[in-house]
Design a protein around this ligand. Structure first.
Ligand code: AP5
Length: 208
């Protein structure tokens, strides 16, 4: 199964992706994680991307698309993937459609995790991630339950950046809801419920 996760920053895309990949052995492809890895490794692409990410803006398509295509071409994507954070605008969605067709992949669904922006601001202010494996949790979690790594607060989870990310989502990413509805691929879940309740409905929607 190949799916795209849609939803505002902080809607819970990464949280639900973690559960899907653990239960169904899918490959998690997060462009945000790929960009953060590039920053950590100090690559030229990472250096270019950092200021866009910290300010809550999208990294230019020409930087992100290459990363995505490279990751999709790796062999583990053949067993099914969960795309998290890509596409972010209509141009990226069209590039994705063309790339998947070229590689012989079919997109089964675009799953929207739908959450009000007020809830999101609280969630992102309280989010922590594992420095080692990227596991996502809340500030109450002191060490990573998956690998015991150190938890940290992302540099873009500041009030200014969160506000900008939500504005960018509304303007550039939310039109993708209609894009995938037109393709007959859109499925939507109310993400403002406990994680396991959201996950249970996702499984029903995806026929898992
Ligand atoms: P990215 O890393 O993709 O971040 P994002 O879209 O802003 O999304 P998040 O990872 O912040 O949120 P999420 O929906 O995964 O929520 P999570 O599960 O963590 O992108 C970062 C930046 O990279 C972008 O701003 C951009 O600059 C750049 N970028 C990335 N991709 C790009 C692209 N394609 N093109 C251009 N630029 C790109 O959950 C959030 C919190 O809520 C956690 O603490 C979690 O524990 C909690 N939580 C989750 N679900 C629930 C629930 N049901 N109830 C209560 N709490 C919950």
């Amino acid at each position: 199964m190949n799916i795209v996760l849609l939803g505002a920053p902080g809607a819970g895309k990464g949280t639900q992706a973690q559960k899907l990949i653990e239960d169904y052995r899918l490959t998690h492809i997060s462009t945000g994680d790929l960009l953060r890895q590039a920053i950590k490794a100090g690559t030229p692409l990472g250096l270019q991307a950092q200021s866009y990410m910290d300010s809550g803006n999208l990294v230019p398509d020409e930087l992100v698309v290459g990363l995505l295509k490279e990751r999709l071409a790796q062999s583990d994507a053949q067993h099914g993937f969960v795309l998290d954070g890509f596409p972010r605008n209509t141009a990226q969605a069209e590039i994705l459609d063309a790339s998947l067709a070229e590689m012989g992949y079919t997109l089964d669904a675009a799953l929207l995790v739908d959450v009000d922006h007020e809830v999101i601001i609280k969630r992102l202010s309280n989010r922590r991630a594992c420095k080692t494996c990227g596991y996502t949790a809340t500030a109450e979690v002191i060490s990573c339950p998956r690998c015991s790594g150190e938890m940290y607060q992302r540099s873009d989870d500041t009030p200014e950046s969160i506000t900008q990310r939500l504005a960018v989502y509304t303007e550039q990413t939310s039109p993708l809801i209609e894009y995938y509805r037109t393709q007959g691929k859109l499925k939507s879940v109310d993400g403002d419920r406990p994680v396991d309740e959201v996950y249970a409905e996702i499984k029903v929607l995806l026929g898992l």
